[in-house]
Every structure is written in C-alpha cells, then in structure tokens.
Design a binder for this molecule. Sequence first.
Ligand code: UT7
Length: 338
Amino acid sequence: MDRPTAGRAAVIAGLGAYVPERVVTNDMLAEHLDTSDEWIRTRTGISTRHVVEPGTATSDLAVEAGARALKSAGGLTPDVLVLATTTPDRPCPGTAPDVAARLGLGRIPAFDVSAVCTGFLYALATGAGFIASGLAERVLVVAAEAFTTILNPADRTTSVIFGDGAGAVLLRAGDPAEPGAVKALDLGSDGTGRDLITVPAGGSAQRSTGLPAKPADTYFQMDGKPVFMNAVLHMTASSKKVLDEIGWQVSDVDAFVGHQANLRILHAVADRLKIPREKAVVNVDRVANTAGASIPLALADAAADGTLRPGDRVLMTAFGGGLTWGSTAVEWPGIEAG
Ligand code: UT7
C-alpha cells in the first residue's frame, strides 16, 4: 500500500434504487392466505409490496440499482463491488461477479456479503474499510433481494411481510468532514439467535445429514415475536453507540432511517431514542420489508420526495438474521438518486 490513508473517509457519492414493477396488495394476498388487509396494516404498516416475476433474479435487481447509483455518481467507476444479499442467484458462486460483469466494470474484485436485513450496513462497512485502508478509491455497495423467492406461500406469518427490491451507493475516498462521509459504524452479531430467522435446509448442515429436507425447511422461517423484541433492543442500543461516538445529540438527527421491517418497530425504536416519529423515514407501507435492500431503498425514496435534503443529519440502523445489527450516520450530501 503506497497511498497515504490517514484521514481518509468513505463518502457517499451516488445513490440508486430499483423495485420490480409488479405490485401485490394485501387484498391480493388475502385471496389465497388466511389473512386480511386490516391485520397486515395494523400489525405491520404494510399496504403493498413489489414482487419479482418468475425469471427475474436478485442479479437483475442489483444491476438496475447499481447502474442507477453509477449514473447518480456522475460517471465515477468503482474498483470494488460488494453485494449484500440473502437471496443469491445460486448457492455457488457469489452473485456479485455476475453483477460487476453486467455493469461493464471489468475484472474488479466482486463478492457477496450475507447479513440478511443488516446486509447493506455490513456491505457499507466493508466498502468503507477498503477505502480507509487504501485498497480501493471507489466501491459500489449494492444490496439486492428477490426475497419473495424464498417465502413459503402457505405461511401467512412471513408471506405478508416481505417484498423485493435493490438499492446501491457509490462510495469514494474523501475527507471525514465533508458531506456524505460515513461518520461511524457500529456492527454486532449474536449467533445464539440463528434459529429465529432462517432457511434451515439447503446448506451444508442439512446436506451433511444425508436425509431429505422437510419441504417447509427449504423456505424462510421467522419467529416473529422474539425477533420484534430483539430488533427494538439492538437497533436502539446500536444507534445510541453511533450517536455517542460522533457526538450528536438526539435533537441533531434530522432523519431516522431504520430498517423497514414493521412500522411498529420503527416507532418503538424512535420512541426509545426520543426521536420524534415524524423524523422516521417510512416506505415500509409501499415496499414492505426488503431485507438488506431496505435502507438504501428508503434513502432513495426520501431523497426523491424531498424528505432528505443536503446537510440533513441522517441516522441509519438495521437488525436482521444471524442475528446481526448495525448503525451508521452521515450528513446527507447533495446527490440525487439515479
Ligand atoms: O427483517 C428482519 C427483522 N424482522 C422483523 O423485525 C419482524 C419482527 N416481527 C414482526 O414484525 C411481528 O412479530 C409480526 C408482524 C411478524 C407479527 O406480529 P405480532 O403482533 O407479533 O403477531 P403475532 O405473531 O403475535 O400473532 C398474533 C396473531 C396470532 O394469532 P393468535 O395466536 O393470537 O390466535 C397469529 O396466528 O395473529 C396471527 N397471525 C395472522 N393473522 C392474520 C399471524 N400472521 C397473520 C396474518 N394474518 N398474516
């Protein structure tokens, strides 16, 4: 490494998002599941979600979002691509190299990160680390999920909650004091909670038994109640750590961008942090829980509708399978979502 790296920060220089066209309403789900629009809206805040058509895979969403982030960054090209996803196109190889090739990025390093709903923040931290160390000047961080492809269509407890989508940011090396600089990152995990959010079969643990998988175990499963409690606990604690580290008061936060799992969770975390609920960016009503893609999708929506303005102090936090969690903060840069 021959470049001076002291004082380097990863700066958000581009933002893009993409959701598949097809919109599925709660009433459409209630046609084949024992559920109702009323239950889904009151328990989760979700009204609609975007769902991939058969034949559309995670890479297709990632390429769209990645291209938009590159456009938003005004032609900057990355020298690394990190893709966060829970739904890779195939168990092997990673999906990122395919995405890099289809974006015309040549033979740059490209790899997947797996942290479920915290995926974007883990990938952001990875990209920021490449830049801080001098290993890269620019990193494309993509989070993409064709999450509905792993849902059990017969399971009403999970089928109503998730949607598909992708978001991406282009990070470039810059100054820690400039707008867009990733200010601090808190990440954590607790593997003792691995069974709370899981696809039990299909990996080496189940395959090594030599026994056929139970059909339900090939799908996503979640134990909603403890996940809810853990989400509130960890997103609150992790947000506080980041605020403490960078010296922001709660009143300094202009926009609270929490993982869009459930409106009740967003409100519970905002209340515990004493951030007014109106400062919580919300798009879970329209896109549902898009797992790792949810934070960049929420950022893109908020930037597009003017909720997020240059100079706004943004606190982001997420929680997901693993268990994993994380938080970060930026002063919003003057960029438009591509
Ligand atoms: O993205 C990673 C992080 N994920 C999360 O943070 C999700 C966290 N969990 C949640 O958001 C909530 O726990 C859920 C939305 C999943 C469930 O809400 P809840 O208020 O915790 O409901 P519950 O699981 O306690 O279920 C209440 C009732 C049950 O019926 P009984 O036992 O009271 O008769 C469920 O069987 O609601 C029933 N139920 C449903 N009813 C209609 C569960 N799912 C549905 C449904 N439609 N889709």
